[in-house]
Each structure stands twice: as structure tokens, then as C-alpha cells.
Design a binder for this molecule. Sequence first.
Ligand code: AMP
Ligand code: MN
Ligand code: MN
Ligand code: MN
Length: 287
Amino acid sequence: MTAPNVLNADLHCHSTASDGTLSPAELVRRAHGAGVELLALTDHDEVSGIAEARAEAERLGLPFVAGVEISVSWLDQTLHVVGLGIDPENPALLEGLRQVREGRDGRAALIAAELERIGIRGALEGALRYAGNPSLISRAHFARYLVEVGVARNVHDVFNNYLARGKPGYVEHVWATLEDALGWIHGAGGIAVLAHPGRYRISNSEMDRLFERFRELGGAGVEVACGAHDAGQVLAFARLARKFGLLASRASDYHGPEDCVIELGKAPLLPPDLTPVWTRLMPVSSC
Ligand code: AMP
Ligand code: MN
Ligand code: MN
Ligand code: MN
């Protein structure tokens, strides 16, 4: 029996159902090969990859959790909330996610128009060629097209120069509310985890406010060890998890071998005193 905090759990990654580059089955095979012991697929605003991923995970005997990463607007920020252990057929969740995806379509047209203004043509069609799921268009798909046409060397530079807030191809957008996102996750029987808080550009007092509100709404956990966090941030968010009584998650946020910040299953281990979110997702005897 593996002690809970050293289980190689990876509870956040993406497939071609959103902006990952591996199909759900390929992703599961790669996770299995990398030694992952518990995997959640968490595509952006989309659950259509789950059936394929679950079938492959069952074939390989890899414990699997159905998940989703919901885009949320809070104050003037975009936040991501991961839902784990959801029923991917829950009607209210599906309808909520459909609306969020629809919002992405309008935003994509505006992003393409902004890029056209600075002389980059055909970006919508170009991004759609990279989208494995035409109903889920992400800035990551635009980024791949912008690398293809040679305006930047890599996806990282594209975000720095074109697609991040304040840059010419950025478009402000209103996503789901925090209340709605947590409501959909809970209604679908899942638990809500605040994704990569180290990426949010907010003050310490706003971060406290966010954790407090997240907790009030029934949020259960926070990504402490994840691809986006350096060692100092792991410690800082471990402290906030303790302060607000949240469970801790471990997450690569893997998008594929090309855009890889860290490999599947390679996030740091959780500090030993924190309670992992997977204690709520797996039978006690297996973790
Ligand atoms: P969206 O949800 O469409 O706004 O796109 C957000 C996605 O873009 C994230 O999930 C990442 O896949 C990608 N992304 C955002 N910022 C960066 C960055 N600085 N470098 C590389 N990819 C990024
Ligand atoms: Mn992404
Ligand atoms: Mn995210
Ligand atoms: Mn993600």
C-alpha cells in the first residue's frame, strides 16, 4: 500500500478534446508508461474526451478520475477551477460547459480580428486546423498557428508578445462565475479544486479573499504541487491550504510532448502533512 502523499497522482492534464496534442487514449497510455498511479483528464470546459480516456485506463488497469477545468472570471482575473470525480453526463454541467465553449467561439473571432489588424491573416482558420475539437478553441491553438507563420519562435514567445493580457492579440472575455462553476461541479457529484493559483496576478490579500470565497462555496482543494509552481510557490500554497483547511492536489497540467512544462506524473510530491485530494477520490484501501 502506497502512503497517500507519495502516490504518483496526476490530477490535471489535457487531450485533443481541448488544447492538448495527444488523443485521450494516447494521453492515458503515456501516463501509464510514465508511472502515473492515478490520473484525471481535465480538459478545458469540455468532457468529451472522458469516455475514451476511461476505456483506455480500464484496459491498462490505471485508476482514472473524470475531470474538467472550468474557465472562470473573478474580479478582473481569469481563474481555472478543476472539477474531479464528476459525472460527465450530468445535464446541468453539460449545459454550463456548452455555454462557456460558445463564448470561446465569439472570443476566437475577436482574437482573429485583432491579429488581422496587426497584419496576421487567416488566424481563425489557422487556429482551427490545430483544434482537435472545433467546438473548443483555445489561445493555445492560436499560439501554434502563430509559430507556424513565423511571428515567434515558440509558443512561450507567442504568449509573451501576442496573446497575453496587454498584448495586441488579447481580447478581454467574461467566463463562468465562480458560483456557477462550483455549482456545476457539485451538482455533477464532483469536488472543486482551485487550479495553479501561482499563475494569478493578484495581491496577497486578494488571494486570501479568493481562498475564503472558494471555501465558502464548498471548494475542497487547491493545486499545491503543479507544473506552474516553483519550489517557493509550492511552500506558499501549502501554507494557504493549511490556513483555509483545503485538501492539496498534484498536477502536471500536461498539454503534450511539444508544449511540455513538466512530464505527466512529474510534479513535486506534496508536503507530507497535507491531506491529498485523492483521499476523497479513491477507496481508502487503495491509497
Ligand atoms: P484560453 O483558455 O483559451 O485563454 O487559453 C489558455 C491556455 O493557453 C492555457 O491553458 C495554456 O494551454 C495556454 N497558455 C496560457 N499562457 C501560456 C504561456 N505563457 N505559455 C504557453 N501556453 C500558455
Ligand atoms: Mn490549456
Ligand atoms: Mn489552467
Ligand atoms: Mn490546464
